[in-house]
Every structure is written in structure tokens, then in C-alpha cells.
Write a protein that binds this ligand. Structure first.
Ligand code: ADP
Length: 493
């Protein structure tokens, strides 16, 4: 008999169906890890634009075709398709919501052509949230808990406790919301609130400090039974640091006893150099020379020469302020004086893309810049680079540093959020990376120089660090158990 929980995991991104960042990776792996512990977690997400349904094995469900939900007073049609995410001995069912009005185009949050946020993001995710609650009666499967993620799904707890409070089929379902990034709150004008169908009292409850606006995430934090975020350190930071909690300090303090930070795990089938089918040479911690073959191929791919003594630094990132791109810009002149190569893979704000492309021209013999979202290149950089840079301004959990540990690519990170929780500084026993404290270009450059110095002068220490990194275990099992404890505390089961 199953001893765990039924959970509907509601999310706006799931790899490989859609991805802009770490949320997609969590949504792919956490449900499977929970299922491996005898829970039944099903995922539901919008299906953005056309997908290769044959390749992704997406199927129609007759019973869930041509459904309707009322948004803005008019019935809107949608269908639910089904697929499975498979891992080694793990799987999770995923429902993909198809709708021609809101999710016809490929973009997840913004139009990929204009790079502008969709002007109807409020309606898109309101529609999605309502549809999720509507299908529960038809699914013939009832969750104990609905697990929401970020602002896009944050209205579900409030809808459930007000609009759907008399619906005996679903009104006893508990809710959990996970904050993957507190900076994105989904703040809209009051007119958006009018579209939600929520009673006026909900607007009032969330209104303090909101300048007469409607804040999706804050509403979720007020109404969900439990709140989590993706690392213990970030949980502390967002309660205390006014710059980070962006007006949500009061609600986080108020909900403190229901709020917990749980570090995310990684999927060692996808991000593991010994089984990674994407990289040219697979390797274990006993085969570090093969890591250098990946480095050689990576450099050759960009017509750069390989030299064992010249370190290769990598960066894989959204090009946004959060990721410390302006710190990187500031140190580039100093960094490019060093004997090294740097490869940056990123996509995001135009101003950063432009300045990085200009830098590529200026430092053409040392700097590789690839603008785009490229999963394959991301794997190759993790395998081929010697060090990975993550000078984030803030970082809820961070995935790339965890992938770097797995590939023996030494992370150089700012000592904050999930980066702080997952990386041990080089000067400690079993150090796995290099940390700097202040968000300051000089400190960033200084720590890189410390790393370069060890790379050049102390090969033994460097190789020991690589092995220590590769021995770290950030698999999902431990985190999944913590989520189960949380489900237990809300469901009372
Ligand atoms: P965030 O979710 O804030 O973007 P994370 O470090 O938690 O940051 O997760 C980033 C994820 O997105 C990682 O899987 C990383 O490899 C991937 N990623 C980010 N930018 C790119 C890119 N330009 N191309 C390919 N993958 C990327």
C-alpha cells in the first residue's frame, strides 16, 4: 500500500517541456524523487506553443478534452494532455494544459521576438490557476496537497479558500507554496484583482505597502498553509534583508512558523559526467584527464587553442542584474590581463548582451561569448571549464554551482543564499570552491586571482578539490524527505 501523499505540483516551467531557469529543473526532478519515496505526485503546467508531441510522448486524454473555465465572465476552452517524465526507476505524470488564447505562442513569460513580457500575464496565469482547480473534479484523483510554485500559481490557495470554499470535493485540500525567487512577485493594477473573482477582503488583506496594487505572490503567502523556499540561508535572508524581501517582510515575519528553507537537489542522471550523453568524453573522479579532453573540444569548438596550463573559466546564466553581470563587466579589463580563457553562455537583457558582445570583440583572443539558451553547450561548459563564476547579487538556491560540483568544475561564488549553503570555502577542510562576501568588483577579482594562483602553483590541491567537489551528494532524496515532512504537517496524515 502507498504510504505517502497525493500531491498536485503546479508550476509554470518543467524541463524538457519549457525552461527559463532552475524552476524547470526542480519541477522535473522533485516530483520523481517524491514518487520514489512512495508518494503520488502529478505535475500540471501550461503547454506553451507547439511542442514535438511525438518526441515528448504527449498524449490526449479524451475525458480531459475541450473543457471550459470561466475567466473574465466568459467560458474559455482548454484541453489537458498527458505525458510522463522518466528517470532511472522514477517517473511522474505530467498534465499539459493546452489553450489557444493564452498559451498558443512559444514564450513562457515574454514574447521571444520582442523580449517584452506578455501584457496579459495576469490573465494567463489566473486562467491557468482556475483551470487547475476546475479539473480536480474531473480527474478522478484527489491530491492531499496542491504544491504551488512562485507568483504564477500563487492565487490557487486564496481561490481554494474563498471562491471554492463550498466545493466539498476540493475544499479540504491543503496548499504549500515554494518561493523560487522572491524578486518576481506578479504585481498588477487593481483592475487585475477585479478579474480574479476573489472577494474584496482578499485585496484588503494583501494591500498593506502595495500602493493599491494586487500582488499575486503576497496573496499566496497569506493564504497557503505552508511556505517554503529553496535554501535555508535564503529563507533567513528574505526575512531580514529589506533589499531582498521587497516589501514582503511583514508577511514573511507573520508566517515565520510556517516557513522553511529546503535546499534543492540535482538530477544526477542528467547532470553527471559519468553518464552524460551530451558531453564528448564521459568521466569519473578517477578519470580527470578526460575532463581535460572535454576542455580541449570546447575550446576547439570556438577555434581556441588548448593549453593545459591556461585555465578556462565558465559562466552559464540568465543575463539579468541578479546574476551579477555588472560585477563581471567591471572586472573584465582586469581579468583579461590574466593568462586564461573565459566562456560565457547567456541570454537576457539587451544591454548586457550588447556589452558582452562588444567585450568579445575587444578581447577576441581570450573571451568566448555565446548569446542564447543552449542546453547542450551548458553541459559542455560544465564538463570542460576549470572554474565556474557565479557572482550573484542574490541567489535563492542556484543550480549551476551544484552542476559544477558534479563535474569537478570549481565554483567561484558569492557567499549568499543557496551558494553559501552548498559551497565550502577553499581554506576550510574539504573546501569545494571560492567564496567572496561583498557585492564588490574588487573582492570578486581578488578571489578569482586566489583561485588562479592555486590552479597554477598547487596542482595537488587543485586536483584534491576537484575530487572533493565530485564526491558531494546533492541528490534529491534528502530534500524530498523534508518536503514529505512538510506535507505530513499540513495534511495531518
Ligand atoms: P535561475 O533559476 O535563477 O536562472 P539557477 O542556477 O537556479 O538560476 O538555474 C539555472 C538553470 O538554467 C541551470 O540549469 C542552467 O544550466 C540553465 N541556464 C541558464 N542560462 C542558460 C543558457 N543561456 N543556456 C542554457 N542553460 C541555461
Amino acid at each position: 500500500m502507498k504510504k505517502g501523499y497525493n500531491v498536485l505540483f503546479v508550476t509554470s516551467e518543467v524541463f524538457p517541456y519549457s525552461k527559463t531557469g532552475g524552476l524547470a529543473d526542480v519541477s522535473n526532478s522533485l516530483p520523481r524523487a517524491l514518487n520514489a519515496l512512495d508518494n503520488e505526485v502529478r505535475i500540471i503546467t501550461p503547454k506553451y506553443g507547439p511542442l514535438d508531441e511525438r518526441k515528448l510522448q504527449i498524449h490526449e486524454i479524451k475525458r480531459l478534452k475541450d473543457l471550459r473555465v470561466t475567466v473574465l465572465g466568459k467560458p474559455t476552452k482548454f484541453s489537458i494532455k498527458s505525458s510522463f517524465i522518466h528517470g532511472k526507476n522514477t517517473k511522474a505524470q505530467i498534465y499539459l494544459l493546452e489553450n489557444n488564447e493564452y498559451f498558443k505562442n512559444k514564450g513562457i513569460y515574454y514574447n521571444p521576438r520582442t523580449k517584452k513580457d506578455f501584457s496579459n500575464n495576469d490573465e494567463r496565469f489566473l486562467f491557468f490557476s482556475k483551470a487547475v482547480l476546475e479539473i480536480l473534479e474531473i480527474l478522478q484523483w484527489k491530491p492531499d496537497v496542491i504544491h504551488c510554485n512562485d507568483w504564477q500559481t500563487a492565487l490557487i490557495p486564496a481561490l481554494l479558500k474563498t471562491v471554492y470554499k463550498d466545493n466539498a470535493h476540493i475544499n479540504d485540500i491543503k496548499t504549500v507554496i515554494t518561493i523560487h525567487n522572491l524578486a518576481a512577485q506578479g504585481i498588477f493594477p487593481k483592475s487585475t484583482f477585479k478579474k480574479t473573482g476573489l472577494p474584496e477582503q482578499v485585496f484588503e488583506e494583501q494591500s498593506e505597502g502595495q500602493n493599491n496594487k494586487f500582488n499575486f505572490l503576497k496573496t499566496g503567502l497569506l493564504y497557503s498553509d505552508k511556505i517554503t523556499t529553496v535554501s535555508p540561508r535564503y529563507a533567513q535572508e528574505i526575512i531580514c534583508d529589506k533589499e531582498l524581501n521587497k516589501g514582503l517582510e511583514d508577511v514573511l515575519k507573520k508566517r515565520k512558523k510556517d516557513f522553511v528553507g529546503i535546499i534543492s537537489g540535482i538530477d544526477y542522471l542528467t547532470w553527471n559526467p559519468s553518464v552524460d550523453k551530451i558531453i564528448p568524453y564521459r568521466y569519473t573522479y578517477q578519470e580527470i584527464p578526460l575532463k581535460y579532453e572535454n576542455k580541449r573540444e570546447l575550446l576547439n569548438r570556438f577555434k581556441f587553442e588548448y593549453n593545459e596550463d591556461v585555465p578556462l573559466l565558465g559562466m552559464i546564466t540568465r543575463l539579468v542584474e541578479q546574476k551579477g553581470i555588472n560585477l563581471l563587466e567591471k572586472i573584465l579589463p582586469g581579468l583579461m590581463k590574466e593568462n586564461l580563457n573565459l566562456i560565457i553562455l547567456g541570454i537576457g537583457e539587451e544591454k548586457y548582451q550588447k556589452s558582452l558582445l562588444a567585450a568579445r570583440k575587444k578581447y577576441a583572443d581570450k573571451l568566448i561569448v555565446h548569446i542564447g539558451f543552449d542546453e547542450e553547450l551548458a553541459h559542455h561548459i560544465e564538463a570542460g571549464a576549470d572554474m565556474l563564476l557565479m557572482p550573484s547579487k542574490y541567489e535563492p538556491c542556484g543550480y549551476n554551482q551544484l552542476y559544477s560540483l558534479s563535474y569537478g568544475t570549481i565554483p567561484i561564488v558569492r557567499n549568499i543564499g543557496g551558494l553559501s549553503d552548498t559551497i565550502i570555502n577553499y581554506n576550510k577542510p574539504d573546501g569545494t570552491g571560492f567564496k567572496f562576501d561583498k557585492y564588490d568588483a574588487k573582492e570578486f577579482l581578488k578571489i578569482i586571482k586566489t583561485a588562479l594562483n592555486i590552479y597554477r602553483t598547487d596542482k595537488q590541491k587543485w586536483h584534491n578539490m576537484i575530487r572533493t567537489c565530485m564526491a558531494q551528494d546533492f541528490s534529491w532524496k534528502a530534500s524530498a524527505k523534508k518536503y514529505m515532512e512538510l506535507y505530513s504537517s499540513v495534511s495531518g496524515k
